[in-house]
Design a protein around this ligand. Structure first.
Ligand SMILES: Nc1ncnc2c1ncn2[C@@H]1O[C@H](COP(=O)(O)OS(=O)(=O)O)[C@@H](OP(=O)(O)O)[C@H]1O
Ligand SMILES: Nc1ncnc2c1ncn2[C@@H]1O[C@H](COP(=O)(O)OP(=O)(O)O)[C@@H](O)[C@H]1O
Length: 177
């Protein structure tokens, strides 16, 4: 089976993790080998000790990109629901895949910040508004939206299943599913 990295970038609570797991289930059911490199889990182990400065986020994204490429080059669909707020960090990951000849898709989960802060799955937007945290992506920290992603998902106008189906259709179109 052909491996690939599918990076889902977007704001906190945009729907990255939910869509990744929905797609993972679908792909596994079809016989694909799949790993979801969840941001929170990675920060507990591979990126333990890193914070949310620009430098630390860049390091985090490069580490995840490295592991994703290793998996993808061994036939795994590596699904990566990680914010990756900086365009140059994402570009470095894309280039690494290109150099290695490994398929790489960038998916922008483009949920507006108003909807994300309403969802507020982890209560981060509320904490930022209460002054308990700062440096929240999309609020008081940068998010550089991809200019030409392979796919843009408007999760606020779709069900989770529709979003995952749109991504699955892209994989099929590219000969990856
Ligand atoms: N200040 C700040 N800004 C953004 N996100 C924050 C912050 N503090 C904690 N969190 C939580 O950590 C998750 C982000 O980790 P990532 O590894 O995906 O981010 S990054 O690419 O390194 O920027 C992210 O997970 P998701 O909500 O799944 O996106 C947040 O829940
Ligand atoms: N079309 C959709 N795609 C993804 N999530 C959606 C969608 N519609 C509603 N949601 C909800 O939005 C929330 C997104 O949370 P999560 O996936 O953890 O976001 P993120 O990983 O981007 O922080 C979930 O509660 C999910 O059920």
């Amino acid at each position: 089976m052909t491996g690939a990295t599918i990076w889902l970038t977007g704001l906190p609570s945009a729907g990255k993790t939910t869509i990744a797991h929905e797609l993972a289930g679908k792909l596994r059911g079809e016989g694909h080998r799949v790993e979801v490199l969840d941001g929170d889990e990675i920060r507990e182990f591979l990126s333990a000790g890193l914070g949310f400065s620009r430098e630390d986020r860049h390091t985090n994204v490069q580490r995840i990109g490295f592991v994703a490429e290793l998996l993808a080059s061994n036939g795994v669909k590596a699904l990566v629901p990680v914010i990756a707020p900086y365009a140059d960090s994402r570009e470095a990951v894309r280039k690494r895949h290109q150099t290695e000849g490994t398929a790489y898709l960038e998916v922008h989960v483009a949920t507006p910040v108003e909807v994300c802060s309403e969802r507020d799955v982890k209560g981060l937007y509320a904490k930022q508004a209460a002054g308990e945290i700062s440096g929240l992506t999309g609020v008081d920290d940068p998010y550089e939206a991809p200019e030409s992603p392979d796919l843009r998902i408007e999760s606020h106008t779709q069900t989770v299943q529709e979003s995952a189906a749109a991504l699955h259709a892209l994989l099929t179109e590219r000969g990856l599913a």
